[in-house]
Design a protein around this ligand. Structure first.
Ligand code: PMP
Length: 408
């Protein structure tokens, strides 16, 4: 017997398990709607043209080497990342109220933030981290791993397939003052449902009144609407309002750098004469946490991102690439909606075109999802979420017909 007899067998990650099952399926009509990764109209991964060019610049750089980055990451990258998310004229940047640390993509940024809060955020009443219901499944694990207790706030209304704003407001109002509130900055995963600007204003009011701490997770800036500023609106609004907050930023989707693990964690202090000093102390602690976990972040993806973000021409080309990706997804939403309409499919499907970003929460039940897999080789998570990028002009009709059949 080993010392680890008591280690229970954990289930495989449901998402990546399903993705593997799809990969193993040999049917040539199969449709992969599982993982949130962009695919072109031929269902192939897409290297952004701006990224290809940045890659070529790095390949030809005589000064390129494989040395360690500083603990907090590549400065040219982290500063550009802060300007991207906060806006280049952000008062927070001008007043040196921003601390930025390069992380292992968005997951690493959420984790570093969680770890920092677990260690330093005062929670005299054992305040919880409030997650939207539903949310990206990994949020639960990341915050639980650092010992922070979880709570949830209503988010998705099964009836309207839109935001349960009443429920959300009531939950934020009734939670203990000083709770941590995790917010998706845009393109909410898994629902594709975002608050309107008016609703964000009300959310900010409640958070201020309750002295909650807002933690923004931003995995889809520019990918959601095709407009970088539009997708960062909520974060910039909170900062304009003088909040103290943090942001986990991922470049997986918007630069298509999934496997390179490019991300950034930003902590923003509120305006005050001591803000710059507070930031120095916070940066010093983040550096210690980072050192003990990964020592230094990976260099390659950050160099690519930095090349794109810091070059005017490449940046403009990247914005075109973002419009192309988000545009294709919007067109696909419309095509799916139209097809379901043509087929006279049971139910109201307008949420397909109202929802935004990588995912659509279709409202399909677990049973229907299972049937789609068994009868049509269509793979999606059992909560009825589809990765829109998996649909394209060749398979959208096949998908619509299969959906039509399972809801009848
Ligand atoms: N947060 C949310 C809400 C996400 O959807 C994702 C991507 N699935 C991430 C964070 C982080 O992903 P990554 O670590 O690949 O950047």
């Amino acid at each position: 017997p080993t010392s680890f007899e008591a280690v229970p067998l954990a289930p495989a990650d449901p998402l990546f398990g399903l993705a593997a099952a799809c990969k193993a399926d040999t049917c040539d009509r199969k449709v992969d709607l599982v993982v949130g990764a962009y695919r072109d109209d031929n269902a192939k991964p897409w290297i952004l043209p701006a990224v290809r060019k940045a890659d070529a610049i790095l390949a030809n750089d005589p000064n390129f080497n494989h040395e360690y980055l500083p603990i907090a990451g590549l400065p040219a990258f982290t500063s550009a990342a802060a300007r991207l998310i906060l806006g280049k004229d952000s008062p927070a940047i001008q007043e040196s109220r921003v601390t930025s640390v390069q992380t292992i993509s968005g997951t690493g940024a959420v984790h570093l933030g969680a770890l920092f809060l677990a260690k330093f955020y005062p929670r005299p009443q054992n305040q919880e981290v409030h997650l939207s219901s539903p949310t990206w499944a990994n949020h639960h694990q990341i915050f639980t791993n650092v010992g922070l207790p979880l709570a949830s706030y209503p988010y998705f209304s099964a009836k309207t397939k839109g935001l349960d704003f009443e429920g959300l407001q009531a939950a934020l109002e009734s939670s203990t003052d000083g709770s941590i509130i995790l917010l998706h900055a845009c393109a909410h995963n898994p629902t594709g449902v975002d608050p309107t600007r008016d609703q964000w204003v009300k959310i900010a009011e409640i958070i201020r009144k309750k002295r909650h701490f807002p933690f923004f997770d931003c995995a889809y800036q520019g990918f959601a609407s095709g407009d970088l500023a539009n997708d960062a609106w909520a974060i910039r609004y909170f900062i304009e309002q003088g909040f103290e907050l943090c942001v986990a930023q991922s470049f997986a989707k918007n630069l298509g750098l999934y496997g390179e693990r490019v991300g950034c964690f930003h902590f923003i202090s509120p305006p005050s004469p001591s803000a710059a000093d507070a930031n120095k102390r916070i940066a010093s602690q983040l550096a210690i946490l980072q050192r003990s976990e990964i020592s230094n972040p990976p260099a390659y993806g950050a160099r690519i991102a930095s090349a794109v973000l810091n070059d005017e021409k490449l940046f403009a080309e990247w914005e075109d690439n973002l419009r192309e990706m988000s545009g294709r997804i919007k067109d696909t939403r419309k095509a799916l909606f139209d097809k379901l309409g043509e087929l006279g499919t049971l139910g109201n499907w307008s949420h397909i075109v109202k929802q935004i970003g990588m995912f659509s929460f279709t409202g399909l039940t677990e049973k229907q999802v299972l049937k789609l897999k068994e009868e049509s080789h269509i793979y999606l998570t059992k909560n009825g979420r589809i990765s829109m990028a998996g649909l394209n002009s060749r398979n959208v009709e096949y998908f619509a017909i299969a959906v039509d059949k399972v809801v009848r």
